[in-house]
Design a binder for this molecule. Structure first.
Ligand SMILES: Nc1ncnc2c1ncn2[C@@H]1O[C@H](COP(=O)(O)OP(=O)(O)OP(=O)(O)O)[C@@H](O)[C@H]1O
Ligand SMILES: [Mg+2]
Length: 238
């Protein structure tokens, strides 16, 4: 079976500094994968390459068998590869409803917009309550919900979430983590990057650890979650 999305021998950097040094990974249809790894080791750079926002220096990224590299970011989005960027900035003077409408405008299937909006409001009831509110007045957690909602409105075949829980208070983080786990069953495929290792391992099927621009470990998330729990037992923080 051809993978839905595959990254093959990917190299990328900024000027003379090389950040990605031969990344290989794949995502099958119906699968959720997690990317883990220390800060500044290339996770966001990798995701930006997938979305066509950063140009790799070598390697390939294929979606359903065809290379994404010749495509513009907009064309990648229209194929259904949708990314919710790290610390995504919203339009502060637009209402929640207008932001979601803007997300829907990226969806080539017009008839899907209404059901998707219902789905977003089902997942994040707070967004429905605040639909007339300006995005700039939302709390950090609500802003993150809105960013994910905008991504969902675009009709993702693969949804890519880059650090959705970064900087959130524990209570809000749990709320968002629940929503991400629910999402997992509804999407065709999911890529999740987050500093919360437990969330990543619980919400995905497989994981990759990216260090110094290379995949240094990969495995089954359930087994990974068990060993992470074992590790915290040993360290005495549970
Ligand atoms: N626009 C840029 N120009 C120059 N260097 C950059 C740029 N963006 C990222 N870098 C550098 O590339 C390296 C990888 O950064 P990247 O954001 O991909 O890592 P990350 O794994 O997503 O980190 P984090 O966990 O902090 O989000 C870092 O050393 C970073 O400083
Ligand atoms: Mg990052």
């Amino acid at each position: 079976m051809t993978a839905m999305l595959s990254v093959e021998g990917l190299h990328a950097g900024y000027g003379r500094s090389s950040v990605l040094r031969g990344i290989d990974l794949h995502l099958d249809e119906g699968e959720a994968i997690g990317l883990l790894g220390p800060n500044g080791h290339g996770k966001t750079t990798l995701l930006r390459c997938v979305s066509g926002l950063h140009r790799p220096t070598a390697g390939d990224i294929r979606f359903q068998g065809a290379s994404l590299l010749p495509l513009s970011p907009r064309a990648v989005l229209r194929r259904g590869v949708v990314q919710v960027p790290q610390g995504s900035r919203l339009f502060p003077r637009m209402t929640v409803a207008d932001c979601l409408r803007l997300g829907g405008a990226a969806n080539p299937d017009r008839s899907a917009r209404r059901p998707l909006l219902d789905e977003v409001f089902g997942l994040f009831p707070k967004l429905q309550q605040r639909s007339a509110q300006l995005a700039g007045t939302l709390s950090g957690g609500e802003r993150q919900m809105l960013s994910i909602g905008i991504g969902l409105m675009a009709g993702p075949r693969v949804l890519i979430l880059d650090e959705p829980t970064l900087g959130l208070a524990p209570k809000v983080k749990h709320e968002l983590a629940d929503a991400i786990r629910q999402l997992r069953g509804r999407l065709e495929a999911l890529v999740l990057v987050d500093g919360d290792m437990d969330l990543v391992l619980r919400a995905t099927d497989r994981f990759y650890v990216v260090e110094s621009g290379q995949v240094v470990q990969t495995g089954d998330s359930v087994a990974g979650a068990d060993s992470a729990r074992m590790m915290s037992l040993f360290l005495g923080d549970v």
